[in-house]
Design a protein around this ligand. Structure first.
Ligand SMILES: Nc1ncnc2c1ncn2[C@@H]1O[C@H](COP(=O)(O)OP(=O)(O)OP(=O)(O)O)[C@@H](O)[C@H]1O
Ligand SMILES: [Mg+2]
Length: 143
């Protein structure tokens, strides 16, 4: 049987460290390197922060994190899907451009998606305006 987990969280900033630690802990059976773990934590952290600050703009909301392990002869692939039901993104391609941000006046640098993309083996964003956003990441671990 393939291993998986599903986590639903309130969109609160205090849940960000829990979310990234939970996903990292789930990946442990794949014997990830310190650097793999650090990449996973950073990517999850960026995705969850985006749900809180952009999708729900600090208001009420829920975030669903689904993880699945696809085993390989050595190590495997960690699949991570992070979903919100917030405002959605009008132009995903533009949003993924390095330094693009819609929160310029805050301390946002517009590098979240770029960081997620850099730290994952496969990366994709699906979004529908008014419905929400789904970030799909894969990370090859211990391979
Ligand atoms: N889950 C989401 N829901 C709605 N809009 C989003 C979501 N995630 C990202 N965005 C939009 O995409 C833009 C780029 O996101 P990205 O994470 O790259 O940068 P940022 O969050 O603005 O800044 P940083 O991540 O560097 O603090 C955001 O400014 C926002 O407009
Ligand atoms: Mg961001």
């Amino acid at each position: 049987m393939q291993n998986y987990m599903k986590l639903e969280l309130a969109a609160l900033s205090e849940n960000e460290s829990f979310a990234r630690s939970a996903v990292a802990a789930f990946a442990l059976p794949l014997s990830p390197s310190f650097s793999d773990l650090s990449d996973i934590k950073t990517a999850v952290s960026e995705a969850v922060t985006n749900c809180i600050v952009h999708a729900y703009k600090g208001g009420e909301g829920r975030i669903v994190i689904e993880c699945r392990i696809e085993k390989a002869p050595r190590g495997g692939i960690l699949h991570i899907v992070i979903t919100d039901y917030g405002c959605g993104i009008e132009d995903v391609e533009e949003a993924m451009t390095p330094f693009f941000t819609t929160l310029e006046n805050d301390e946002r640098s517009g590098m979240g998606f770029t960081v997620m993309q850099t730290f994952s083996t496969f990366f994709k964003v699906e979004s529908e305006l008014g419905k929400g956003t789904r970030v799909i990441m894969q990370k090859a671990v211990g391979m």
